[in-house]
Design a protein around this ligand. Structure first.
Ligand SMILES: C[S@@+](CC[C@H](N)C(=O)[O-])C[C@H]1O[C@@H](n2cnc3c(N)ncnc32)[C@H](O)[C@@H]1O
Length: 327
């Protein structure tokens, strides 16, 4: 863990950590150094389950959403600008004191800094390590940035969730390849706001569909979009999800990004998890960008692997009969 701008700013007296009251930290990634903060008065707010659990495991008090009233709030910049603005609006509404914003240039911290400076005076700023930290006194002038639902066709989405503004081409390719009949127990791993799940439930045969999603903001939308009583919602890391009964089929459009860079290991983790969750005759139906090399892990974890089709950009793969591999 490298020393954060937060620690440098606190050590240099650029920002004063309040001596009483709660400090809220919005969405810190796993590598953020929070050592400048008093652990007994700090609440970490993170709705992405693996990171939420990681902070909890390190001994911090953690909330999923709904940040606490605080004497200082620290916003770690997310990738989506609308989500960042929503977090700043929430921090302003809930803080009696200073709001600190910290992020990388590649995530758009400088443009957010400019936007904030148009509304309030910034009391401190520090640029370091390809990023910036700035601080201002919480103001009620950010109400128009508050979190608001958005729409994709008839579906409700939220800023920052996957495909918040338009349907994903991969998900569409997978929907086009869905069979006419599905088995009784099915799971959608990384279900997002529920587009795929809603389409799966329109196919005959299903008795239960488990939507497993790590981002609670997305799952909240899925609860609104998928009202079928056969749907069950799990705010969980799909790679550790353990169903009470194995599934006959897993359908998924797995995530393939960590931050801005593509990372096939995430999809490989999903494939291995799906294999563990299936019955011996179970099937995995998935979509992936054509350039992502999933075939090796599929052949290792399943006895039969076929490409069902797709589009020039996406391949739809069916893998059947998981091999009983340990791990
Ligand atoms: C490519 S999107 C697919 C969303 C949706 N199924 C669709 O087709 O529109 C992948 C989803 O996986 C979620 N995700 C990422 N890591 C996860 C994890 N470890 N466990 C469960 N879900 C995860 C993301 O939040 C995102 O919603």
């Amino acid at each position: 863990m490298t020393v954060s701008r937060l620690t440098l700013a606190a050590d240099d007296g650029l920002i004063a950590i309040p001596s009483s009251g709660t400090i809220a930290v919005y969405r810190p990634d796993a590598a953020l150094d929070l050592s400048a903060l008093p652990r007994d008065r700090t609440i970490v707010v993170h709705s992405f389950r693996p990171i939420h659990d990681l902070w909890k495991g390190r001994g911090w008090t953690v909330a999923a959403q709904d940040a606490p009233e605080a004497t200082m709030s620290i916003v770690a910049l997310p990738r989506s600008k609308a989500h960042a603005r929503a977090m700043i609006a929430e921090a302003c509404a809930k803080t009696d004191g200073v709001v600190v914003v910290d992020g990388q240039k590649t995530e758009g911290i400088d443009s957010l800094y400019k936007d904030v400076r148009k509304r309030v005076s910034v009391v401190a700023t520090l640029t370091k390590a390809h990023g910036r930290l700035f601080a201002f006194t919480a103001s009620d002038g950010f109400g128009d940035w508050a979190d608001a639902p958005t729409k994709v066709e008839e579906f409700t989405t939220k800023p920052g969730v996957f495909s918040a503004e338009k349907l994903d081409q991969g998900s569409k390719a997978l929907v086009a390849a869905l069979p006419d009949k599905l088995p009784k127990q099915v799971a959608d791993l990384g279900a997002g706001w529920g587009y795929l799940s809603q389409r799966i439930l329109a196919i005959q045969g299903i008795e239960t569909l488990d939507l497993v999603e790590a981002e609670e903001r997305a799952l909240d939308c899925a609860r609104l979009n998928v009202t079928d009583p056969r749907a069950r919602f799990h705010w969980e890391d799909a790679t550790t999800h353990a169903p009470s009964e194995p599934y006959q089929m897993v359908v998924m459009n797995p995530p393939f990004h960590t931050g801005r860079s593509g990372d096939p290991d995430i999809g490989r983790g999903f494939i291995m998890a799906a294999a563990r969750m299936l019955t011996p005759q179970g099937r995995l139906l998935m979509v992936a960008n054509r350039h992502l090399p999933y075939e090796a892990v599929l052949s290792e974890r399943f006895k039969v692997v076929d490409e069902l089709g797709g589009t020039p950009g996406f391949k739809v793969l069916m893998a059947s009969r998981p091999s009983r591999v340990k791990g």
